[in-house]
Design a protein around this ligand. Structure first.
Ligand code: B16
Ligand code: MG
Length: 217
């Protein structure tokens, strides 16, 4: 049986939330807005535009469209300077183990991320060649929790949505996977990701036996 395994990027394959945090904090503080790590949590899986809109609403600020675009570009430049330092050591534990098992067992493997920087990050950590399909923020029109990103990944893999499995760390991403009629596997806290079909703190808790069972389902 062949299944499609669709991986979110930030928070699943690598922890780039810490870099988003540094870049957003610099931007927010520059506007006189406080920005906490709790607020950063709420931006996980959220698009860049929507993230800036949320920060501005938290700080009760409005910007002209020109200022908005300028700050978005500035934030991304800062974020890219952090990404530039990334290497394979930033891949989260046991992600390669699961990827290699899936490759050895001829399963479909795709990326389904909101990030417009997904390809650059996968290249930095030398994982880009493991993915048969990459769907990211550059080729979706609707953000998670809309299922578009995962449905496009299923189409690219030529695998029916009900035969796909999604690994996700954000609530919106789990909702998107469920809306796509896929098996959702939350990576993170059970309290936060309670809508997922299964939840693990991280990949070190996912056994090969579990993956075998999922493939047979
Ligand atoms: P970028 P994911 C998401 O990636 C991040 O979780 C989210 O914090 C970020 O704002 C979004 O990508 C857009 O990223 O600014 O690089 O286009 O979790 O969907 O892989
Ligand atoms: Mg994520």
């Amino acid at each position: 049986m062949k299944k499609g395994f669709i991986f979110d990027l930030d928070g699943v394959i690598v922890d780039t939330a810490k870099y988003h945090f540094l870049a957003w904090k610099k931007l927010a503080n520059g506007l006189g807005i406080d920005f906490t790590s709790e607020q950063n949590e709420q931006l996980k899986g959220v698009s860049r535009v929507r993230s800036l809109e949320k920060i501005l609403s938290w700080g009760n600020k409005t910007l002209s469209p020109e200022e908005f675009s300028e700050l978005m570009a500035k934030k991304n430049d800062d974020y890219l300077s952090y990404i530039a330092q990334m290497d394979d050591s930033e891949i989260l534990p046991d992600v390669p183990k699961i990827l290699h098992y899936l490759i050895d067992n001829k399963q479909g493997i795709a990326l389904g991320s909101a990030s417009k920087n997904a390809r650059a990050i996968l290249e930095k950590v030398h994982l880009i060649e493991k993915f048969q399909a990459i769907v990211d923020g550059t080729n979706v029109s609707k953000a998670k929790p809309d299922p578009e990103v995962f449905l496009n990944a299923a189409t690219a893999l030529k695998i029916q949505p009900e035969d796909c499995v999604v690994f996700e760390d954000s609530v919106a991403g789990v909702q998107a996977a469920n809306a796509a009629n896929m098996i959702s596997i939350g990576i993170g806290s059970k309290e936060v990701l309670h809508e997922a079909d299964y939840v693990f703190n991280d990949f070190t808790e996912i056994s090969i036996e579990f993956i075998e069972d999922i493939i047979k389902k």
